[in-house]
Design a protein around this ligand. Structure first.
Ligand SMILES: Nc1ncnc2c1ncn2[C@@H]1O[C@H](COP(=O)(O)OP(=O)(O)OP(=O)(O)O)[C@@H](O)[C@H]1O
Length: 594
């Protein structure tokens, strides 16, 4: 284990570079703080500017308990501080995670500032206000038969290094768990992760709590290390420094925050000692940050990992242990016992969607029957995609209801619809571009095997069953030769097949395909038509498509939409001969019928 080895040898090498044990300990505390933040930001894509709230909470609770003698046991006080920070994480996460992007970042910043204010006002009797808490007793480890005093200097380094290592192992485990795989999907494309059956809000909330717990533990250690809990632990500067260090070191690598802290704190301390620099040391620090972030897009750790992998030809860490040899057939969600061939599977009754005065869909009735392949056609702007989005639970209806196997699904949301056994592929690819084909396919398979949410943070990602399901789905869309290729490097045609593969891998037996042939060349088109035919067994499908030849070749029934309404429905032959359909496509229907 390189990290463990690094922690062991650091005290023998780094002092030669002028690093004191205190500096190394401080770096480790920031590194521990950063492990949680990296799970939140680097792996899940949630940029929080309020992590100081948890650092401060853990720090002040631990310092208060020890200083006032309420809890004399150091490890217990640290644990209580960590839990208090996690509890705060639960509350703040619940409130802030309703928003995304910049709104989420700004809400966390606002909460961080609120905590800073409260520390200095409401809670100042406990936190010491602007004086902080002085006289935090030196840590003592009580092992029953012996009490170990952890004095400052190297003993403190070893104590913090042991906790950092433990924190690192847990974070690494989380990253490599099924839970961690879903976090990466959320980072890449949260909407698709949701549509593939994952309750992403639950995942986000739990990772927010975990990050808060790491912050709380780091804050607690800060007080022990300095024998003093400083009031600025809660300050915005603390949150900003954490972001800077993580970005500079490399987000999404776990070691990035530690490397970032090493560079930042080393220069921070070192540059101030160069007397001739005067106040310019800050400028130099800023320049170093800009240069590192510009040169290394994924931070220093990202660059090192890329170098290491290209030398050793290693795959990404999510695939460690993935078995390519385990193959099986893809499980399909079993239809309810009451279903029989030809029975209605999916029904829309009087469905409408209005955008202000625009009627994108008006009063549409539609029935997909068990085992049927039903086409939906219509000229551009006829309302096909809108209708599809309502069938899949992505869009609420303005009026009307949607039923799936007799159960009303109007408004239950896309995640629940997917978990019931209906999935959709998109007109514009909605893939996890930063992941490989295998990692992409794993996301819907995980939703199928684990349900909408499971807190299996410390479990193994791979099992024979998971691997066999992933391999079977990859084989179905004929991407076996690309299984470990990153999606962003694939051709458009391959991406289109993966788009279909994601819907298939959910195990859904009702599939909605929105223009699966869009943008394909003649050869790729033949391939995808063949694919759609080959996966029909045991499934019912609705396909929206502009390619009429393909539609007439594939579909058993066709519904025609025109100007948001259902124009007609029938067999391909009936539709082909229907004059109103021809008129609609030529754009002259209204004139003719007038
Ligand atoms: N979010 C929205 N807000 C306002 N209008 C919308 C929205 N989504 C769709 N529309 C409008 O609803 C109508 C139907 O659009 P929709 O995309 O469903 O048609 P379509 O048949 O899928 O078209 P295409 O074949 O070009 O994809 C269009 O006039 C479109 O501009």
């Amino acid at each position: 284990m390189l990290v463990g080895l690094g922690l062991l040898v650091a005290p023998f090498i780094l002092p030669a570079l002028g690093m004191s044990p205190d500096l190394l300990t401080r770096i480790l505390i920031w590194g521990l703080f950063g492990l949680g933040f990296d799970l939140l930001f680097g792996y899940t894509g949630l940029l929080s500017f309020g992590q100081a709230a948890f650092y401060g909470t853990g720090g002040f609770v631990t310092a208060y308990l020890l200083t006032d003698g309420v809890v004399p046991n150091m490890l217990l006080a640290l644990a209580i501080g960590t839990v208090a920070a996690a509890a705060m994480g639960l509350i703040i996460g619940y409130l802030t995670l309703r928003r995304t992007g910049i709104y989420f970042a700004m809400s966390t910043l606002a909460f961080g500032e609120m905590f800073y204010f409260m520390e200095n006002s409401v809670f100042k009797d406990y936190t010491g206000g602007e004086n902080g808490i002085a006289g935090v007793p030196p840590p003592e480890l009580s092992l029953g038969f012996i009490d170990i005093h952890i004095s400052s200097g190297w003993p403190m380094y070893w104590f913090v290094a042991a906790l950092f290592f433990l924190g690192y192992l847990i974070a690494r485990r989380i990253v490599r768990s099924p839970f961690g795989a879903v976090l990466k999907a959320i980072q890449g494309n949260p909407k698709r992760a949701m549509a593939l059956g994952h309750s992403i809000q639950s995942y986000k909330l739990i990772v927010f709590v975990v990050a808060a717990a790491y912050g709380g533990l780091a804050g607690g250690l800060l007080g022990l290390f300095q024998s003093y809990m400083p009031p600025d632990a809660f300050a915005l500067d603390t949150s900003a420094q954490l972001v800077i260090q993580t970005v500079m070191g490399g987000a999404g690598t776990l070691l990035g925050p530690l490397l970032g802290a090493t560079i930042w704190l080393y220069l921070y301390e070192g540059l101030q000692q160069v007397g001739s620099l005067g106040p310019y040391w800050k400028l130099i620090l800023g320049i170093v940050f800009v240069v590192l972030v510009t040169v290394f897009r994924h931070g220093v750790a990202g660059a090192l990992i890329t170098l290491f992998r290209s030398r050793k030809q290693l795959p990404g860490d999510i695939d460690d242990g993935a078995s390519t040899s385990v193959a099986g057939s893809l499980d399909i969600v079993p239809p309810l016992a009451t279903t029989r061939p030809g029975a209605p599977v999916l029904e829309a009754r009087g469905v409408s969607k209005h955008y202000g005065g625009l009627k994108a869909n008006s009063d549409i009735d539609f029935t997909l029957r068990e085992g049927e392949l039903h086409g939906v056609i219509g000229p551009n702007g006829a309302g096909k995609s809108t209708f599809f989005a309502m069938l899949a639970g992505e869009l609420p209806t303005t009026t009307g209801k949607v039923f799936f196997r007799g159960q009303e699904i109007t408004g239950i949301g896309v995640t629940s619809v997917c978990q019931l056994g209906m999935s959709k592929s998109y007109q514009i690819n909605q893939l996890f571009e930063h992941l490989t084909v295998r990692q992409n396919i794993m996301i819907p398979v995980l939703a199928r095997l684990r349900g909408r949410y499971r807190a299996d943070l410390l479990s193994n990602l791979h099992s024979d069953h998971l691997d066999s399901q992933v391999n079977a789905a990859i084989a179905l869309v004929d991407l076996g030769h690309q299984a470990d290729t990153q999606v962003s490097e694939m051709s458009y045609g391959e991406k289109r097949r993966l788009e279909i593969g994601l819907a298939l891998a959910t195990g859904a037996n009702v599939l909605l395909f929105d223009e699966p042939l869009a943008g394909l060349g003649p050869e790729e088109r033949v391939m995808v038509v063949g694919l759609l035919k080959s996966i029909r067994q045991g499934r019912s499908m609705v396909i929206v498509e502009h390619d009429m030849d393909a539609m007439f070749e594939l579909a058993e029934r066709i519904t025609v939409l025109y100007e948001g309404r259902k124009l007609t429905e029938g067999t391909p032959e009936e539709i082909r001969r229907d004059p109103s359909v021809q008129a609609a496509y030529l754009g002259g229907m209204d004139d003719e019928s007038a």
